[in-house]
Structures are given as C-alpha cells and as structure tokens.
Design a protein around this ligand. Sequence first.
Ligand code: UDP
Length: 383
Amino acid sequence: MDDVDLLIAGAGPVGCVIAERAATVCGWSSLIVEKRDHVAGNCHDEMHESGVMIHRYGPHYFRTNEKPLLDYLSAFTGWIEGNYRVKASVNGALYPFPINLDTLEQFFGKKLDAESAQTLLTSLASDIPQPANSEEFVLSRVGRQLYEAFYLGYTLKQWGRHPRDLEPSVCGRIPVRFTRDDRYVDAAYQVMPDKGYTAMFSAMIISPRIRTMLKTSFEDVRGKVHPRIATVYCGPLDAYFDGALGNLPWRSLAFDFRTLEQEFAQPCVQINYPNEHDYTRTVEIKHVTRQTCPRTVVSYEYPRAEGDPYYPVPAPAHRALYERYRAMADEETRTKRVYFAGRLATYRYINTDQAIEEALHTFERIREDAAHGDAVGRHARVQ
Ligand code: UDP
C-alpha cells in the first residue's frame, strides 16, 4: 500500500479528477480511500430498487460557464441537455422559481414586461446598498412580500437558522430575472452526463495506476500509507484535525424516496415548499435523467443538523473558525504535503463544476510543488 505517489482521501469529484490527472499527465499512481461503498461522492447516482435512476444525495444539476472544463469532462462521458426547471408552491399555487416575469405576473395578478417589472421591484425593494446577510440581500432585490413568500420559510427549514444569520451569498445563489427564462440556473452550459455521474467519475479512475479502496476511511490509512508525492484530503476540515479548534457546523439531509406507478408525478424536476411541510423540496430526477420508464421516484428532502456533512453553513463566525483551521491546513501542506480541496475540506458552498475546477488547480499546485523539489516526501519526484 505504501508504493503510491498520491494518497487521496475521498472518491468524490475532487479525488477522481486529481487521480485521473496524476495518472494521465504525470504517470503517477494513486491510492484513493473512500469510506462509503461507492464513488462519486454526493453526486452518486444509482438505480433505485424500482428501476428508476436516482440521485441518492439530492439533485445535482451540472452546469458551467467554462467550455474547457466541459471539454475535459467530455473524455469521460457523453451529455444530455439539462432540464432544470423548478417551481415553488406558494399559497396553494405553483410559481416558476427563481422569480421571473411569469412569477411576478402570477403573484401580483397583472401583465408586466421587463421594464414595468423592474419598476415594480424597485418600488418594493428595500434600499440596502450593501446587504450584510441573506435577508438583506433578498429584501434589497425583491422586497418583503416576495421574501416572505419564497425565501424566508425555505431558508429557515434548510439551514435551521434565520436568513439574517447567513451570508448574502446563500440566497444570492438564486437569480431574479426580468425575462421569461424559467431555468433554475444561469450558466452557459447546462448538461448532464448521459449515463450519470457515477459512470462519469468511474471512467476517470479506470487507469491501472489508480487503486480505489471503498469502505476505507482516511483514519484507517492515516500514518500507515506514506505517499511519495502528496496526500489529498477531501473530507471535513475539522475532522482532519480532530476538532482541535471546535466543530465546524455542517448541515445534513435525510431523504425519503417514494415510488409511484405512473410515468411522471410532478410537472418539473423540483418543487420547493417554502411555507408547507417539514421537507424543503420534492425532486423527481427522472425529468433530468430523461429515463424512459413506466414508474417514477420522488424524493422528499428533510434538512438535518446531524448526519453526513452536505453543506457548510455560511456565516461570519463559521468563516472565522474556518480561517483558523485553514492556517493549520496551510502549515500541513507546507510541512507534510497534504493538500485540502473540495466542499468539505475548504468549507465552501461550491457546486460540482467548481469542485472540479478546484481539483484541476490543486493538481497543478501539487505538480509545481513536486517539480520545485520542496517536497517533504523523501522520494518526491515529477515525471
Ligand atoms: N432558497 C429559498 N427558496 C427556494 C430555494 C432556495 O429561499 O425556493 C434559498 C435557500 O436559503 C437555499 C438557497 O436559496 O439554501 C440556495 O438554494 P439552492 O437551490 O441553490 O440550494 P441547493 O440546491 O444547493 O440545496
């Protein structure tokens, strides 16, 4: 087990990409350890017992603005067009979400065009030039009535805390549009791997230079495997340091997958329930996978404080704690050549494309550090 160039903790997007680059570009060998029984991290998709393809850890709507990133991934998958459309259930009706011209017309019961909608929202929005939190962010964009209808309840459920206690970027993920575009996200490329994420990430790590050990945690190999070049750690940052500075807060999810004997159960992939139910959203991923099948599966998503970490909780105090951990992580990189990358190891609310970009940058960093020979490993080398 010691005879490896890289030890990689986590077979999610970051771990798979770094192992692939290391093998393809440098001829380096990698040992990936993954505590779960599958690869692809939270992007993992699989066939449900009903025969319907599901996203076990919640919907992942792949998108990117970067053509080179798409070109890179295209070596491992074909693509199908993204079909990311979401509605919000508010006052007994379904509204297009994010808020767009149709949402505003339906909500206010009058015809609008881009100009009149803009005037309307300007009259409703609070004058907050520099929003300091998610509440202020939304109030400054759409005003209190829309905030209370579409954002407040959802955010309280999702995070177990008030939007005023979350950074602006959380609700800032959601655009507001003065067009009739009803896609969930704005990115230039909105596509899904045609055979799913698990197939795509599996294809990345088929090289004989890459060995993957499932059901093996980082702790199982820590101190026992001595990679020649570097360790890449993709787990929760506080766990790496055994919570030495206190626990970083994480948000988790529980899912209830229900099978229905009908082709489709809802009009689009996702319905958000800001003000009803304990779950935040129902997801019928079949709209996105485009699987042909006489039955369907809908997942009900319940936010949780306990459980596997899915989301960092973006708030100033947590960021401050993260920065202290990060100083320790930087030292670990400098002295032990351990690199931290991905959502869990950098405590950032990033999407899959951003995690992959980060993996590519991290690989370049490892390569440069190895080439400069300031390696810690006795046998550090670059090919
Ligand atoms: N959000 C909301 N209402 C919605 C959907 C989202 O208030 O109907 C807020 C909420 O705080 C959420 C954030 O916007 O956590 C980001 O939403 P997104 O759908 O991007 O979350 P993800 O899919 O990453 O869970």
